[in-house]
Write a protein that binds this ligand. Sequence first.
Ligand SMILES: O=c1ccn([C@@H]2O[C@H](COP(=O)(O)O)[C@@H](O)[C@H]2O)c(=O)[nH]1
Length: 232
Amino acid sequence: MSTSAPIAVALDAPDLDTAAHWAGLVTPHVSTVKVGLELYLRYGPDVIASVRGASGVQVFLDLKLHDIPNTVAAAARAVARLKPAILTVHASGGPAMIKAAVEAAPNSQIAAVTLLTSLSETDLAALGVQGTPVDAARRLAAIAVGAGAQALVCSPREVAAVRAEVGPGITLITPGVRPAGADTQDQARVATPEDALSHGADLLVIGRPITGAPDPGAAAAAIAAALRKVSH
Ligand SMILES: O=c1ccn([C@@H]2O[C@H](COP(=O)(O)O)[C@@H](O)[C@H]2O)c(=O)[nH]1
């Protein structure tokens, strides 16, 4: 059985052929593919059509826009014509910047990144972030949703608290997902796919555990099967 799982596979590939190949392998199993800075800066808008392919899979454009409101509005308008289902901005850009992105890309969900999952609690304290990661993620989530963000990106470790803060209507997206026993690599605040889903995530971003596997299609199918056993 092949049911599309709530997974966005991060296509962090060095070239377009590899990204399109991975997309073809995983799209029977997952709902979404994610294009990030590496591919977009190298290939520009063409990358979206290449990874969308014939399957029509949902494309998540993870550019993490972060600038003054006028500049972010112009950037969001520039990519809105590519019709990404999701476009990211940094929540720390503040409410006016988030609102500008929401207004500029009305047909995409604007997802505000709360705290990068690569930052440890120690890193966050050294950067001057007040309170625990849970406190800070909740604070940023409330600001972003107040500014009109329809989605939030947070660690699976904070997703339950963020859900309690923003309620059921907001899409919660969690990178920092690692199957039990997998290498965490540069991710710091991680959880398993099953825990991320059961704690309230709507969409799990998973890159290297799938794309670095000998058979990315089989790796995606295995995680999708594990998620089917978890009740949301
Ligand atoms: O806080 C964040 C925001 C975005 N990301 C992105 O997700 C993927 C994760 O890839 P893995 O290979 O599964 O680590 C990557 O594209 C990041 O840019 C994130 O990790 N954390």
